[in-house]
Design a protein around this ligand. Structure first.
Ligand code: NAD
Ligand code: UDP
Ligand code: UDP
Length: 315
């Protein structure tokens, strides 16, 4: 790698959001080092970047130390879907906590700015709606989602303590449900599940009565928000919500996917998983004020692109 260009480390760079971020950073002229242990990511997500001389990929698990020289770090490594983060919950907590310590130690040594991919899950099953950054959340510390929620909360704690104690330059983004091409078709998240089921003509699996809500952000919008947050001056640490405030019930999502795919799939009810949040919608006042950011891709347009990707890639 040359020394004049900014060198950026993306952990979890072979994942869904990470691979789009790597693309965005290369387009901005940066050198990108992607590290990933390929637990939920895939080499195919970054295969098209390997010919770029400013791109490098390395297999590495961030629960172990990493010694590289970089100017910026985006810490995205962590399984993100309930099915995957509950597969090995201890490893999930290790990835969030040990991973954060290692990446913060690295940022401290090389004086890099480090951005944490935090999550709306830090609000748990929220009593405040829509969720603002000053809401402390309602998280069950011992439930099946805790490895992820509490892991991410502890990572935020570490980020702010490294900032206060060691003057590490930090940026914390709280990402709300994001969807788009390169979602893992087997990770059980609602958008990919419904699209795959609709394209196959299989039943659409609604957990509970489908009245729970989520706000879905298209991946290109999200990645733009992450990039803008990293580019802010040192006074901006976050946490800053990044998500699309458009709020939909899961039943509405199912009906929209069925209509858009022209599928004959019927709706099938399944039990609601334990601790499943009732509602979720970001207040993005801060993102607008600090980043001049707001999402631009409406749900149906994003779904159209995502459906086209799944149809082309898997059918
Ligand atoms: P993803 O599962 O596609 O990507 C995560 C990547 O991290 C994968 O490539 C995986 O192999 C890698 N990884 C996991 N553990 C690792 C480890 N110990 N060492 C190195 N690499 C490891 O998920 P995503 O949706 O792209 O999520 C990326 C980040 O954004 C995650 O930190 C997630 O918590 C956060 N986030 C995502 C959403 C969303 O809706 N997609 C919402 C909130 C937060
Ligand atoms: N670390 C790393 N890469 C570095 C510097 C540190 O992976 O370039 C890891 C290292 O394993 C250490 C952790 O980050 O355990 C925390 O580093 P810090 O300097 O905060 O703590 P210490 O080294 O004193 O434990
Ligand atoms: N969900 C569903 N059917 C599915 C997958 C998910 O009804 O096949 C529901 C799930 O119970 C939750 C919502 O959709 O209420 C979003 O689930 P996802 O796993 O995508 O994200 P998260 O719960 O982490 O927001």
């Amino acid at each position: 790698m040359t020394s004049t260009t900014e060198r950026v480390l993306v952990t979890g760079g072979a994942g869904f959001i990470g691979s789009h971020l790597c693309e965005r950073l290369l387009a901005a002229g940066k050198e990108v080092l992607c590290v990933d242990n390929y637990f939920t990511g895939a080499r195919s997500n970054i295969a098209h970047l390997l010919d770029n001389p400013r791109f490098e990929a390395a297999r590495h698990d961030i629960t172990f130390p990493l010694y590289v020289e970089v100017d910026e770090i985006y810490n995205l490594a962590c399984p993100a879907s309930p099915v995957h983060y509950q597969f090995d919950p201890v490893q999930t907590t290790k990835t969030s906590v040990h991973g954060a310590i290692n990446m913060l130690g690295l940022a401290k040594r090389v004086k890099a700015t480090i951005l944490q991919a935090s999550t709306s899950e830090v609000y748990g099953d929220p009593f405040v709606h829509p969720q603002r950054e000053d809401y402390w959340g309602n998280v069950n510390p011992i439930g099946p989602r805790a490895c992820y929620d509490e892991g991410k909360r502890c990572a935020e704690t570490l980020f702010f303590d490294y900032n206060r104690q060691h003057k590490v330059a930090i940026k914390v983004a709280r990402i709300f449900n994001t969807y788009g091409p390169r979602m893992n078709p087997n990770d059980g998240r609602v958008v990919s599940n419904f699209i795959v089921q609709a394209l196959k003509g299989d039943p659409i699996t609604i957990y509970g009565d489908g009245s729970q809500t989520r706000s879905f952000c298209y991946v290109d919008d999200l990645v733009e928000g992450l990039h803008r947050l990293m580019e802010t001056d040192g006074t901006v640490t976050g946490p800053i919500n990044l998500g699309n405030p458009g709020e939909f019930t899961i039943l509405e999502l199912a009906e929209t996917v069925i209509r858009m795919t022209g599928s004959r799939s019927r709706i099938e009810r399944h039990p609601l998983p334990q601790d499943d949040p009732r509602q979720r919608k970001p207040d993005i006042t801060k993102a607008h004020a600090y980043l001049k950011w707001m999402p631009h891709v409406p749900l149906e347009e994003g779904l159209e692109r995502t459906i086209a990707y799944f149809a082309k890639t898997y059918f």
